[in-house]
Design a protein. Sequence first.
Length: 236
Amino acid sequence: MPRRDGRRPDQLRPVRITPGVAPYAEGSALIEMGATHVLCTASVEPGVPAWLRGQKRGWVTAEYALLPRSTLTRTRRERNGPSGRTQEIQRLIGRALRATVALETLGEQTVNIDCDVLQADGGTRTAAITGGYVALALALNHLHTNGVLAANPLRCAVAAVSVGIVSGIVLLDLDYSEDSSADVDCNIVQTDTGAFVEVQGAAEGLPFDRAQLNSLLDLASQGVATLLEAQHIALG
Protein backbone atom coordinates (compact mmCIF):
# COMPACT_ATOMS: atom_id res chain seq x y z
CA MET A 1 0.00 0.00 0.00
CA PRO A 2 1.60 3.28 -1.07
CA ARG A 3 1.60 5.98 1.59
CA ARG A 4 -0.11 9.25 0.78
CA ASP A 5 3.18 11.16 0.76
CA GLY A 6 5.17 8.45 -1.02
CA ARG A 7 7.22 7.39 2.01
CA ARG A 8 8.44 3.87 2.61
CA PRO A 9 6.78 2.05 5.53
CA ASP A 10 9.97 2.47 7.61
CA GLN A 11 10.53 6.13 6.78
CA LEU A 12 9.97 9.19 8.98
CA ARG A 13 8.43 12.33 7.61
CA PRO A 14 10.98 15.12 6.98
CA VAL A 15 12.16 16.36 10.39
CA ARG A 16 13.42 19.82 11.22
CA ILE A 17 14.15 21.14 14.71
CA THR A 18 14.89 24.86 15.02
CA PRO A 19 16.26 25.87 18.43
CA GLY A 20 15.93 29.27 20.11
CA VAL A 21 12.79 30.42 18.30
CA ALA A 22 11.25 32.05 21.42
CA PRO A 23 13.89 34.51 22.67
CA TYR A 24 12.26 35.24 26.03
CA ALA A 25 12.19 31.58 27.14
CA GLU A 26 15.18 29.92 28.78
CA GLY A 27 14.90 27.23 26.13
CA SER A 28 12.76 26.78 23.02
CA ALA A 29 12.45 24.79 19.82
CA LEU A 30 10.13 24.51 16.85
CA ILE A 31 9.81 20.93 15.66
CA GLU A 32 8.39 20.16 12.22
CA MET A 33 7.61 16.57 11.31
CA GLY A 34 5.97 16.73 7.93
CA ALA A 35 2.86 18.86 8.35
CA THR A 36 2.89 18.56 12.15
CA HIS A 37 4.49 21.63 13.71
CA VAL A 38 4.86 22.12 17.47
CA LEU A 39 6.35 25.10 19.32
CA CYS A 40 8.02 24.01 22.57
CA THR A 41 9.24 26.44 25.23
CA ALA A 42 10.94 25.78 28.57
CA SER A 43 10.42 28.31 31.37
CA VAL A 44 12.27 28.11 34.68
CA GLU A 45 10.45 29.31 37.78
CA PRO A 46 11.47 29.29 41.45
CA GLY A 47 9.65 26.83 43.71
CA VAL A 48 8.13 23.40 43.34
CA PRO A 49 4.69 21.87 43.94
CA ALA A 50 3.62 21.85 47.60
CA TRP A 51 4.19 18.12 47.98
CA LEU A 52 7.86 18.54 46.96
CA ARG A 53 8.74 21.49 49.19
CA GLY A 54 11.63 20.96 51.54
CA GLN A 55 12.96 17.93 49.67
CA LYS A 56 15.65 19.91 47.78
CA ARG A 57 14.47 18.45 44.49
CA GLY A 58 13.29 20.13 41.33
CA TRP A 59 10.38 19.38 39.04
CA VAL A 60 9.72 19.21 35.31
CA THR A 61 6.16 19.44 34.07
CA ALA A 62 4.40 20.05 30.76
CA GLU A 63 1.37 21.70 29.23
CA TYR A 64 -0.02 20.92 25.78
CA ALA A 65 -2.52 22.71 23.59
CA LEU A 66 -3.87 22.64 20.06
CA LEU A 67 -4.19 26.11 18.58
CA PRO A 68 -7.72 26.62 17.20
CA ARG A 69 -6.84 26.26 13.51
CA SER A 70 -4.05 23.76 13.88
CA THR A 71 -6.69 21.23 12.83
CA LEU A 72 -8.89 20.81 9.74
CA THR A 73 -11.84 22.29 11.62
CA ARG A 74 -11.55 24.81 14.45
CA THR A 75 -10.65 23.33 17.82
CA ARG A 76 -12.21 25.24 20.71
CA ARG A 77 -9.84 26.70 23.29
CA GLU A 78 -10.03 24.83 26.59
CA ARG A 79 -10.99 27.83 28.71
CA ASN A 80 -12.53 25.73 31.49
CA GLY A 81 -9.45 23.58 32.00
CA PRO A 82 -7.81 20.82 29.98
CA SER A 83 -9.89 17.98 28.61
CA GLY A 84 -9.19 14.39 29.58
CA ARG A 85 -7.24 13.88 26.34
CA THR A 86 -5.13 16.97 26.98
CA GLN A 87 -4.40 15.94 30.56
CA GLU A 88 -3.29 12.49 29.41
CA ILE A 89 -0.95 14.00 26.81
CA GLN A 90 0.48 16.50 29.29
CA ARG A 91 1.25 13.73 31.77
CA LEU A 92 2.93 11.69 29.05
CA ILE A 93 5.15 14.61 28.02
CA GLY A 94 6.00 15.38 31.64
CA ARG A 95 6.92 11.76 32.44
CA ALA A 96 9.07 11.50 29.32
CA LEU A 97 11.03 14.66 30.04
CA ARG A 98 11.46 14.04 33.78
CA ALA A 99 13.16 10.77 32.88
CA THR A 100 16.05 12.78 31.44
CA VAL A 101 16.76 14.92 34.49
CA ALA A 102 18.49 14.27 37.81
CA LEU A 103 15.86 16.21 39.77
CA GLU A 104 17.92 16.17 42.95
CA THR A 105 20.53 18.42 41.29
CA LEU A 106 17.96 20.90 39.95
CA GLY A 107 17.21 22.47 43.32
CA GLU A 108 13.76 23.67 44.30
CA GLN A 109 12.77 25.12 40.97
CA THR A 110 10.37 24.04 38.25
CA VAL A 111 10.88 23.81 34.50
CA ASN A 112 7.58 24.23 32.66
CA ILE A 113 7.53 22.84 29.13
CA ASP A 114 4.76 24.40 27.03
CA CYS A 115 3.94 22.54 23.83
CA ASP A 116 1.65 24.43 21.47
CA VAL A 117 0.58 22.67 18.30
CA LEU A 118 0.65 25.15 15.42
CA GLN A 119 -0.35 22.59 12.81
CA ALA A 120 -1.57 19.04 13.39
CA ASP A 121 -1.22 16.08 11.03
CA GLY A 122 -0.80 13.19 13.46
CA GLY A 123 1.96 12.48 15.97
CA THR A 124 1.57 15.73 17.89
CA ARG A 125 2.30 14.21 21.30
CA THR A 126 5.42 12.42 20.11
CA ALA A 127 6.64 15.56 18.31
CA ALA A 128 6.02 17.52 21.53
CA ILE A 129 8.25 15.13 23.47
CA THR A 130 11.02 15.24 20.86
CA GLY A 131 10.94 19.03 20.55
CA GLY A 132 10.30 19.51 24.26
CA TYR A 133 13.54 17.72 25.05
CA VAL A 134 15.51 20.25 22.98
CA ALA A 135 13.81 23.15 24.78
CA LEU A 136 14.51 21.51 28.15
CA ALA A 137 18.15 20.82 27.32
CA LEU A 138 18.67 24.45 26.28
CA ALA A 139 17.04 25.71 29.48
CA LEU A 140 19.16 23.48 31.72
CA ASN A 141 22.31 24.45 29.84
CA HIS A 142 21.30 28.09 30.35
CA LEU A 143 21.07 27.54 34.11
CA HIS A 144 24.43 25.77 34.20
CA THR A 145 26.37 28.27 32.07
CA ASN A 146 24.94 31.18 34.06
CA GLY A 147 26.07 29.69 37.35
CA VAL A 148 22.62 28.91 38.70
CA LEU A 149 23.47 25.19 38.77
CA ALA A 150 26.88 23.76 39.63
CA ALA A 151 26.34 20.92 37.14
CA ASN A 152 23.98 20.24 34.27
CA PRO A 153 21.28 17.87 35.57
CA LEU A 154 20.61 16.24 32.19
CA ARG A 155 21.44 12.54 32.32
CA CYS A 156 20.16 11.31 28.95
CA ALA A 157 18.23 12.34 25.86
CA VAL A 158 14.73 11.21 24.97
CA ALA A 159 12.62 11.15 21.81
CA ALA A 160 9.30 9.66 20.77
CA VAL A 161 7.62 8.39 17.64
CA SER A 162 4.40 6.75 16.57
CA VAL A 163 4.16 3.36 14.90
CA GLY A 164 1.15 1.40 13.79
CA ILE A 165 -0.37 -1.26 11.61
CA VAL A 166 -2.48 -0.01 8.72
CA SER A 167 -4.08 -2.54 6.33
CA GLY A 168 -1.73 -5.19 7.71
CA ILE A 169 1.45 -3.16 7.11
CA VAL A 170 3.70 -1.93 9.95
CA LEU A 171 4.30 1.82 9.50
CA LEU A 172 6.58 4.37 11.14
CA ASP A 173 5.49 7.92 12.03
CA LEU A 174 1.80 7.89 11.15
CA ASP A 175 0.18 11.01 9.72
CA TYR A 176 -3.43 11.82 10.52
CA SER A 177 -4.95 9.82 7.66
CA GLU A 178 -2.95 6.74 8.69
CA ASP A 179 -3.57 7.19 12.40
CA SER A 180 -7.32 7.56 11.93
CA SER A 181 -7.52 4.27 9.99
CA ALA A 182 -4.91 2.24 11.89
CA ASP A 183 -5.66 -1.27 13.11
CA VAL A 184 -2.97 -0.81 15.79
CA ASP A 185 -1.63 2.51 17.03
CA CYS A 186 1.38 2.91 19.35
CA ASN A 187 3.42 5.77 20.79
CA ILE A 188 6.93 4.82 21.86
CA VAL A 189 9.18 6.95 24.09
CA GLN A 190 12.82 5.90 24.30
CA THR A 191 16.09 7.32 25.63
CA ASP A 192 19.45 7.49 23.91
CA THR A 193 20.54 4.50 26.01
CA GLY A 194 17.84 2.39 24.34
CA ALA A 195 15.68 2.25 27.46
CA PHE A 196 11.93 2.70 27.15
CA VAL A 197 10.17 5.43 29.11
CA GLU A 198 6.72 4.61 27.84
CA VAL A 199 5.05 2.18 25.45
CA GLN A 200 1.45 3.08 24.62
CA GLY A 201 -0.34 0.75 22.25
CA ALA A 202 -3.84 -0.38 21.44
CA ALA A 203 -5.68 -2.39 18.81
CA GLU A 204 -8.70 -0.74 17.23
CA GLY A 205 -10.00 -4.05 15.88
CA LEU A 206 -8.36 -7.47 16.02
CA PRO A 207 -5.73 -8.01 18.75
CA PHE A 208 -2.09 -8.01 17.69
CA ASP A 209 0.43 -10.70 18.60
CA ARG A 210 3.89 -10.66 20.15
CA ALA A 211 5.66 -10.86 16.77
CA GLN A 212 3.80 -7.77 15.56
CA LEU A 213 4.60 -5.95 18.81
CA ASN A 214 8.28 -6.78 18.38
CA SER A 215 8.16 -5.43 14.82
CA LEU A 216 6.54 -2.22 16.06
CA LEU A 217 9.15 -1.75 18.79
CA ASP A 218 12.04 -2.42 16.41
CA LEU A 219 10.70 0.07 13.90
CA ALA A 220 10.11 2.67 16.62
CA SER A 221 13.69 2.29 17.87
CA GLN A 222 14.93 2.92 14.34
CA GLY A 223 12.86 6.11 14.12
CA VAL A 224 13.89 7.30 17.59
CA ALA A 225 17.57 6.93 16.62
CA THR A 226 17.03 9.32 13.71
CA LEU A 227 15.17 11.78 15.93
CA LEU A 228 17.93 11.69 18.56
CA GLU A 229 20.41 12.61 15.85
CA ALA A 230 18.18 15.53 14.78
CA GLN A 231 18.11 16.71 18.41
CA HIS A 232 21.90 16.43 18.62
CA ILE A 233 22.28 18.57 15.52
CA ALA A 234 19.80 21.17 16.82
CA LEU A 235 21.71 21.42 20.11
CA GLY A 236 24.99 21.89 18.30
